[in-house]
Design a protein around this ligand. Structure first.
Ligand code: FES
Ligand SMILES: [Fe+2]
Length: 331
């Protein structure tokens, strides 16, 4: 049974690991401005992006000898967030209360993950194949999307849009029908099996249209993954299979930043070619996603109209309700 959880206590992706080098990076998570920076040992830090002196943005500052220096009066904070130096009073022993609020941060799936509230027990970062899988791993994004994170998750789980939004790629206008599929609860979310789609060009190596078998998993309130296996003989690479994770940073209730993590049986294609395919598909999704109203996903009883084809998205809405998720949803 899944217990109600608090968005603030979940791990959320905030940046690509490689995007954080020696310069501080500003990000926003659950309406909280954060500064990310790395110390000389390479350890990432995530703090409130506000100097406790006069409120300047610390992300405009610089890293000096394992300390983050504020751009305004040069106060320096050590990796624990403790102020160690006030240049205007060089002899002052800085009081322990002069510090910046720091959050937990860790690297996983090529991304940096932060959780804002460590007073509640942490649920793990959503699982996805790692290097031990032998698959090619690659991240695509970020995409800044002007809608709620749950709208993006629901779109990721939706097959009936393939024939319209991805016509000629993931769907064909003469094959819009969706066969029945199964949805089950898992210890952490949901799983849908037996999902089938007729796809003219399901991946970079497709040689023609093929029946493709999908499995979907909701991994956490703002993340999901799918695996897709085209019928054999329909790709240039034999035994082609792929998994795609959707990892989302909920920025505000109506905006988010999205990454895709790919795990593919393909060690030959360039990163650019693999990312370009994913980019094409998401650029087809984005305008429709941003057109949906309300931007917050309606999860209450009097919401959108549904059919049996929408059983996975309905299960996702009920799952958010059970968990008491309130950020990015509406009644
Ligand atoms: S505002 Fe940061 S040192 Fe003054
Ligand atoms: Fe789509």
């Amino acid at each position: 049974m899944i217990l109600p959880m608090h968005e603030q206590s979940l791990w959320h992706p905030v940046a690509l690991e490689g995007a954080l080098q020696s310069t501080p990076v500003p990000v926003r998570l659950l309406e909280q401005d954060l500064v990310l920076w790395r110390d000389s040992a390479g350890a990432p830090h995530a703090w409130v992006d506000r100097c406790p002196h006069r409120g300047a943005q610390l992300s405009l500052g610089q890293v000096k000898q394992d300390r983050l220096e504020c751009p305004y009066h040069g106060w320096q904070f050590d990796s624990q967030g403790q102020c160690r130096r006030i240049p205007a009073l060089p002899e002052l022993e800085v009081p322990a209360s002069y510090c910046v609020q720091a959050f937990e941060v860790q690297a996983q799936h090529g991304l940096l993950w932060v959780r804002l509230d460590a007073t509640e027990p942490a649920s793990p970062i959503p699982p996805f194949p790692d290097a031990s899988s032998g698959l090619r791993l690659l991240n695509c994004g970020p995409y800044d999307v002007a809608t709620s994170a749950p709208r993006v998750v629901e779109n990721f789980l939706d097959m009936a849009h393939f024939s319209f939004v991805h016509e000629g790629w993931l769907g064909a206008s003469d094959h819009p029908e969706i066969e029945p599929y199964e949805v089950q609860e898992t210890p952490t979310g949901l799983k849908a099996t037996g999902c089938r789609a007729w796809q003219p060009r399901s991946n970079l190596h497709a040689t023609g249209a093929a029946q493709v078998e999908y499995t979907y998993e909701v991994l956490s309130p703002y993340s999901a993954a799918l695996t897709k296996v085209p019928e054999s003989g329909s790709t240039r690479i034999s035994d082609w299979h792929e998994a795609i994770a959707l990892f989302i940073c909920p920025i505000s209730p109506e905006s988010c930043r999205v990454w895709f993590r790919l795990a593919m049986a393909d060690h030959d294609s360039s990163d650019e070619a693999l990312a370009a395919f994913q980019h094409t598909i998401f650029c087809q999704d984005q305008p429709v996603l941003e057109s949906q109203r309300p931007k917050r996903l309606p999860i209450g009883a009097r919401s959108d109209l549904h059919t049996s084809v929408d059983r996975l998205s309905l299960a996702y809405r009920r799952y958010l309700q059970r968990l008491n998720i309130s950020f990015g949803v509406c009644p």
